[in-house]
Design a protein around this ligand. Structure first.
Ligand code: PMP
Length: 293
């Protein structure tokens, strides 16, 4: 069965899902997106993803031509059309077709695309062994630039960091902000654990406020950890007892080495393992039902 894609009001076969080369999403990276997961017939944290989408849209002054409830229903319909229970869903809203100038006023109709695909999970071994990651020369865009809290179609900052990680054969890049504090990874948020403290950079550090970041903070609280959103440096990372990343694709994944410094004893830490386990329980047992009616 050919994959079905939602495009501007219709669910069409993949081959027919075509967008204009004059779309400002293509010409200028002018648009926003969300990456969402479904587990076992349920969409995980759908409301949170849609709320973030609308905040991104408001910030870039893009009028989404649907209500939040309509967007949620279209997402569910697209997953059903592809007969999926476990899925990675990509929702993209670009400024739409315009002329060759930058002016968004020339783009009357945003382009709305939803792709629901099978998920290719990271190798299980990586969750047991943990990742060896590196810091990279590219600095994360600051909130005073295009704020990374906007999940925009302009990911070149992250792609530059990804290229630099590739050059060191690393699976992820830790990106520092312009002050040298740890910001985030190319597609994940960063956490350290020191003693009883669970620490992640604050929302103004130059990060996307990950939906899984919030899940990990909540789990940390349930575990009795002292949860903090605070700036920290590479020094804190090197000397942490434990470290891990969170993101829609990676979920919660341990970090055991940063720039050739071993973290803790070089194995995924006990709190990290507990957070991974609880995360999986929550993902399996909550979310918006796809096939309820
Ligand atoms: N930071 C960046 C730059 C991202 O693109 C993402 C999403 N892949 C994240 C963090 C994690 O966010 P979430 O938990 O919502 O997937």
């Amino acid at each position: 069965m050919s994959k079905k894609i939602y495009l501007n009001g219709e669910i069409v076969p993949k081959e027919e899902a075509r967008v204009s080369v004059l779309d400002h999403g293509y010409l200028y990276g002018d648009g926003i997106f969300e990456g969402i997961r479904a587990y076992n017939g349920r969409v995980f944290k759908l409301d949170e993803h849609i709320d973030r989408l609308y905040k991104s849209a408001k910030t870039i002054m893009l009028d989404i031509p649907h209500t939040k409830d309509e967007i949620k229903e279209i997402i569910l319909e697209t997953i059903r059309a592809n007969n999926l229970k476990d899925a990675y869903i990509r929702l993209v809203i670009s400024r739409g077709e315009g002329d060759l100038g930058l002016d968004p006023r020339k783009c009357p109709d945003p382009t709305v695309v939803i792709i629901a695909s099978e998920i290719s999970l990271y190798d299980n071994q990586l969750y047991e062994k943990g990742l060896s990651v590196v810091t990279v020369p590219t600095r994360r865009n600051g909130p005073e630039m295009v704020n990374p809290r906007v999940k925009s179609l302009n990911y070149l900052n992250n792609i530059m960091a990804r290229i630099e990680a590739n050059m060191q054969d690393a699976p992820e890049a830790i990106i520092l902000n312009s002050q040298g504090y740890v910001a985030e990874c190319t597609g994940d948020n960063v956490f350290i654990i020191e003693g009883n403290n669970l620490v992640t950079p604050p929302k103004f550090a130059g990060i996307l406020e990950g939906i899984k970041r919030q899940v990990a903070l909540n789990i940390g609280e349930q575990l009795g950890l002292n949860v903090k959103e605070e700036l920290f440096t590479r020094y804190d990372l090197f000397n942490a007892d434990e470290a891990f990343l969170t993101g829609t694709a990676a979920e919660v994944i341990p970090v055991v080495e940063v720039d050739k410094r071993q973290i803790g004893n070089g194995k995924p830490g006990k709190f990290t393992k507990e957070i991974i386990e609880r995360f999986r329980e929550i993902a399996r047992s909550s979310g918006t039902e796809i096939y309820s009616n």
